[in-house]
Ligand binder design. Structure first.
Ligand SMILES: [Zn+2]
Length: 391
């Protein structure tokens, strides 16, 4: 139904294009254009009325000449072919358009972008890249989309160096708005270096990533991991504590690493001070549980249980409840212990059924933290879920 409505729209556009073209031909040649064109047009109309949309489109294309007046219509047609997965026809339509010298400069650039998108969808990344490299530094309304399309190809191919190089080569107004993306590309390289145990390169990439975007919490988390890996807990803690000023919803991601870092520094006091600040300014289930672990070490399980119960009243959460049951399980015996285990099994399953992270851009959720959303492809838009069923 949507297709039919679009085809009718295209038909109307083609009709207008046909009339403009005919007027132009009449003006140029001084006599009426050939009847062949009008007959193709009405044959097309007949097909359309019979819902034979493919045949209708073929007739309209034959009836029309491509010029700057009809270019937009052909571009819509090409996009429609691409959306329907008819990539050969989309490519052909856009290539035909590109071969016309009558198009304006902006129209040529628009067609190049459309053709690159056709190639990308067809998996012809090299051809798409060649076309896009030609237009990404041009000034025209579609410049940002052209850059994003080329970057999306590099992202898909994991060619992070090329993506960083492209963003770095942009000048003036084009250079702004890519800082966070560049920072994530550098994090990708840092993770790659870490997998290869190349700690020095990982640290270098992360320093560059931090310079590119201070707000990128992923940099701090990775720096924390790297510094712990080389047994430098002081700098690990420093990097991880930055998260409270960057994006508080990520504090739960850093708590385990911080416990590790402060543990190696043998500084329960340092951990206690930081967790206390988080509890006041940005409470979460992870912070409550880490605080409870600390209290259990210092004052025993009973005191830890009292603390968690207090926190759950202030800020109810499923995770907090599970943590409270765990504490009581350690102290309970006999029938009471059995009942608690049943309850823990139930609430555990309930917690397990809930997503942990959600994309703020498109709502995609799941149990894994994706720095680039798998659905909308936005970078850094996925965060831990807060509240009753989350943190
Ligand atoms: Zn998303």
């Amino acid at each position: 139904m949507l297709d039919l409505a679009l085809f009718i729209l295209i038909f109307v556009s083609l009709g207008i294009g046909y009339l403009i073209g005919r007027r132009e031909r009449v003006r140029r040649s001084g006599h009426r254009s050939s009847d062949q064109l009008s007959s193709e047009y009405f044959v097309g109309l007949n097909y359309l009325l019979n819902e034979q949309t493919d045949e209708a489109i073929e007739s309209f294309i034959k009836a029309l000449e491509i010029n700057s007046d009809t270019a937009e219509t052909f571009m819509v047609l090409g996009r429609l072919f691409r959306q329907r997965g008819e990539l050969d026809r989309a490519i052909q339509t856009h290539q035909d358009l590109l071969a016309r010298p009558s198009l304006t400069r902006e129209q040529m650039l628009d067609v190049q972008l459309e053709l690159a998108r056709d190639y990308k969808k067809a998996g012809l990344f090299d051809r798409a890249e060649t076309l896009l490299l030609d237009i990404v530094r041009q000034q025209w309304p579609g410049w940002r989309e052209s850059i994003q399309t080329l970057l999306s190809i590099y992202e898909r191919e994991k060619e992070w160096d090329k993506a960083i190089q492209l963003v770095g080569s942009l000048k003036g107004v084009q250079a702004s708005g890519f800082e966070s993306q560049r920072s994530h590309y550098l994090c990708e390289l840092a993770e790659q270096a870490l997998r290869e145990s190349d700690v020095l390169s990982a640290r270098r990439y992360l320093r560059q990533a931090a310079r590119s975007s201070f707000e990128n919490v992923r940099v701090s988390l990775l720096q924390g991991q790297v510094e712990l890996k080389i047994d430098n807990p002081k700098d690990a803690v420093k990097a991880l504590e930055r998260i409270v000023d960057q994006d508080r919803s990520f504090i739960p991601e850093s708590v385990g690493l911080l416990e590790e870092g402060y543990g190696r520094l043998r500084s329960q006091r340092g951990l206690s001070t930081y967790l206390g600040r988080c509890l006041r300014e940005a409470p979460s289930a992870a912070v409550v549980m880490a605080s409870a672990r600390l209290i259990a070490q210092q004052q025993g399980e009973k005191e830890a249980g009292r603390f968690v119960a207090e926190q759950i009243v202030k800020r109810p959460s499923l995770k907090g409840l599970n943590s409270l049951i765990d504490i009581h399980l350690q102290m309970a015996e006999g029938r009471a212990r059995q009942n608690l285990m049943m309850l823990r099994d139930l609430t555990g399953r309930l917690e397990h059924s809930k997503p942990v992270y959600r994309c703020g851009q498109c709502g995609f959720d799941g149990k894994e933290l994706h720095w680039q959303c798998p659905r909308c492809h936005e970078w850094g838009s996925t965060r831990p879920i807060m509240g009753l069923e989350g943190e």
